[in-house]
Design a protein around this ligand. Structure first.
Ligand code: ATP
Ligand code: MG
Length: 426
């Protein structure tokens, strides 16, 4: 029979990589919570209409990337391609935005039917946050500071922040017309994608990677010149706040975001260590979305960060957590004792791997070595008779010792050092 394989673009995350995933997730949860964000969990599937209405019919996501199905009732449902739509839908539905301000965050998988390649998968994972109910640049600055803290606390360097403003809906419409007028003069010189975007989503052309298109874009009108006075003040104040907070950034007036709902502030953090998919985190302000989805007009801003790209920037091995103890158990009576001792040590906060299966001391010691545990504890006939344990350091030249039960824990702690048995919380 042929072997079953995972679906194209869907990646297994194997135990050797999981340490980096867990560590980054726990650090980022701690950081967002340190700014007062609270977690919200919403479904992986929603009515297709939600995404069509919020992200926009003309976007890549809705136009060609969504996993859309009819369910058994004939309703059109879609696996969530991003988190903002579901988060806002849930907030409106449960009255969270009714005369209230909310700092919310979410973590989990997203689905987009894109061409799989490095840094681009069909199931990928994001942490995202949304601040709903604030209109000023102070919350923008706070959110950007928060993401900057991610990089510091995760020890990820070489990341650049790019910043732009798209203005309000009206300025955007104005700019869109100007841009279409300008680009139409060069229509036949644009790449194929950009030619069709000229009619559907012209702002996205600014994002084109095609060289000839880029030369044309270089002469296109600047979106920052079309900002209204309020948007201009918003953007300038944001920059003042960021400078005061010591956050480095570069204004890039060609930065646009693929989703329709953005207005005013948009931002992206990129790394040149990720190949073609250099953006690791992105977001912006979406002051019209809550109303578009049926709520009261409410300003909001959010970001989303991709775990796959982040983890690529962290070296996997450093984050693997070896066990503290491997129990080498020789014979049935030793197994019985091992089960009890294992529980006692776990009560004390240690991670303990008990040997399972019938094998001799040599092969058990080999397993202990391979497990990377820091200490092996041997229990055999002699130890059972004398009520003692052999404690063998595995990662140093220190000699093994034989100790009675009441000295077992302190001996282990002595070998593995101070941090042992504490919750890993770097
Ligand atoms: P890209 O420019 O890579 O297409 P995007 O603008 O479509 O990204 P967003 O919707 O802003 O991406 O998502 C935020 C983050 O989620 C991205 O910066 C990236 O880190 C991650 N991301 C988006 N799509 C994918 C994917 N298909 N595979 C892996 N990560 C992704
Ligand atoms: Mg994309």
């Amino acid at each position: 029979m042929s072997k079953l394989q995972s679906i194209k673009g869907m990646k297994d995350i194997l135990p050797a990589e999981v340490g980096a995933w867990q560590r980054s997730e726990s650090v980022m949860r701690r950081v967002v919570e340190a700014y007062g964000y609270r977690e919200i969990r919403f479904p992986l599937i929603e009515k297709t209409e939600l995404f069509a209405r919020s992200i926009g019919e003309q976007t890549d996501i809705v136009g060609k990337e969504m996993y859309t199905f009819s369910d058994r009732d004939g309703d059109s449902i879609t696996l969530r391609p991003e988190g903002t739509a579901g988060c806002v839908r849930a907030g409106i539905q449960h009255g969270l935005f009714h005369n209230q301000q909310q700092r919310l965050y979410y973590v989990g998988p997203m689905f987009r039917h894109e061409r799989p390649q490095r840094g681009r998968h069909r199931q990928f994972h994001q942490i995202g946050a949304e601040a709903v109910g604030w209109e000023g640049p102070d919350i923008d600055a706070e959110m950007i500071s928060l993401v900057s803290r991610f990089w510091r606390e995760l020890g990820v360097g070489g990341i650049e922040l790019q910043l732009n403003s798209l203005g309000d809906q009206e300025a955007r419409r104005r700019y869109r017309r100007e841009l279409v007028d300008f680009l139409s003069q060069y229509e036949s010189h644009l790449d194929k994608d950009s030619q069709s975007r000229l009619k559907t989503n012209p702002l996205r052309i600014l994002d084109s990677k095609d060289e000839r298109t880029r030369e044309i874009i270089a002469k296109a009108p600047d979106i920052l010149d079309s900002l209204g006075s309020q948007s201009r003040v918003h953007f300038e104040t944001l920059q003042e706040y960021l400078s005061a907070a010591g956050v480095e950034y570069r204004v890039n007036s060609r930065l646009v975001r693929g989703l329709d709902y953005y207005s005013r502030t948009v931002f992206e953090w990129t790394s040149n260590r990720l190949g073609a998919q250099g953006t690791v985190c992105a977001g912006g302000r979406y002051d019209g979305l809550v109303q578009d989805l049926g709520g009261k007009a409410t300003p909001a801003i959010g970001f989303a960060l991709g775990f796959e790209r982040l983890v690529e920037l962290m070296s996997a091995q450093e984050h693997e957590k070896p066990a503290d103890v491997y129990l080498v158990l020789l014979g049935t009576a030793a197994k019985r004792t091992g089960l009890v001792v294992g529980e006692t040590l776990r009560d004390a906060g240690l991670t303990v791997i008990g040997h399972c299966g019938e094998s001799g001391i040599k092969s058990q010691m080999k397993r202990a070595d391979k497990s990377n545990a820091r200490v092996a504890i041997l229990i055999g006939e002699d130890e059972l008779q004398t009520g003692t344990y052999v404690v063998k350091p595995m990662r140093s030249d220190r000699k093994q010792t034989t100790v009675p039960e009441e000295r077992l824990l302190e001996t282990i702690r002595d070998v593995i050092g101070g941090g042992a048995g504490e919750i890993d919380n770097p």
